[in-house]
Design a protein around this ligand. Sequence first.
Ligand SMILES: NC(=O)c1ccc[n+]([C@@H]2O[C@H](COP(=O)([O-])OP(=O)(O)OC[C@H]3O[C@@H](n4cnc5c(N)ncnc54)[C@H](OP(=O)(O)O)[C@@H]3O)[C@@H](O)[C@H]2O)c1
Length: 292
Amino acid sequence: MTDLSKAGTFQLGDRTVKRMGYGAMQLAGPGVFGPPKDRAGAIAVLRAAVEAGVDHIDTSDFYGPHVTNQIIREALAPYPDDLTIVTKIGAKRGPEGSWELANSPAELRGAVEDNLRNLGLDAMDVVNLRIMFDVHGPAEGSIEAPMTALAELQRAGLVKHIGLSNVTPTQIAEGRGIADIVCVQNQYNIAHRSDDALIDDLAKDGIAYVPFFPLGGFSPLQSETLSAVAAKLGRTPMQVALAWLLQRSPNILLIPGTSSVEHLRENLAAADLALPAEAIAELDRIGTADAG
Ligand SMILES: NC(=O)c1ccc[n+]([C@@H]2O[C@H](COP(=O)([O-])OP(=O)(O)OC[C@H]3O[C@@H](n4cnc5c(N)ncnc54)[C@H](OP(=O)(O)O)[C@@H]3O)[C@@H](O)[C@H]2O)c1
C-alpha cells in the first residue's frame, strides 16, 4: 500500500492533513442526485480510503442531497481523530437536481446544521462557502453578506474554519477582510490552469488550494501527451495527472473523486510518484499551447 505521507502534509487551520485526500461527490447517484446504485460499494470506497491513510475527505450536504453525508457517517463514524471532513454550503438542489443559490443567513445556518446532523458531528472542521454568481466558474460580485453570515456561524462554534469555493482573487481578498480563510477550492487540473497565479499567491500566504475536477470531473482527462508520459513512466495517466498537481505547488491538496475502490487505489498510489523534470516540462505544455 502506498504511504500517503510521501506526498507531504499541509496545515488546514488547526488540522494537519495529508496532501492526498478524497472527494466524496461521486458517491451519490447519477448527476450527484439521489442514492447511488451501489450503496455497499460507496461504503467500501470510504472505508478503503481511510484504511489506506486518507485523513481529508471533501463533501457537501447538497450531494444527493444528504445522501453522501449519510453514507460517510454510516461508513466511518465514529470518526478517527485524525480525519478532517470539509464541506461546502451556499447552494441547494432543485426538485429535478438543478444547482441553485442558497446563501441567505437562514439558508447558510440550515446548511451547516444539515451537514452536522447527517454527518453526526457537533462542529465542522472546515466549511467552504460555494459562490454561485456563475455556477460553472468564478464570476465577480460581492460576497460580503454570505461571508458575514458564515463568520457568525464560526463565532457561534458551529464552524471551526472557513474556506471559499468558485471564487476570484477579488472575492478572496474581500472574504479575508471578514474572516480567516484556510482554503480555496476552484476548478483546476493539468489542462485547465486559469488559477496558476492565484495558486502561487495563496501559497505565499499559507492558504491551501484544493482543486476540484483534478481528473477532469464529469469528462475525465484525455490527452495524448499525458498518456505518452504515463506510458514512459509505467504509471497510469490519472496517476501522472495527480502527481503533476502535487509537484505544482506545496499548498495544493488533492481530493480526487471516485466511486470505485480500484480507481481509489490507483489514484492514491500517485502519492509516491516523483515526476522527472523532463516529464514535467512535457506535461506543462498540456495546459498551454498544446491542447494534448
Ligand atoms: N467546490 C465545487 O464546486 C466542487 C465541484 C465539483 C467537485 N468538487 C469536489 O471535488 C472532488 C473531485 O471532483 P470530481 O470527483 O467531480 O472529479 P475528478 O476527481 O476530477 O474526477 C472524477 C471522475 O473521474 C473518474 N475517475 C476517478 N479516478 C479514476 C481513475 N483512476 N481512472 C479513470 N477514471 C477515474 C470518476 O469515475 P469513477 O467513479 O468511475 O472512478 C469520475 O467520473 C469531488 O469529489 C468533490 O468533493 C467540488
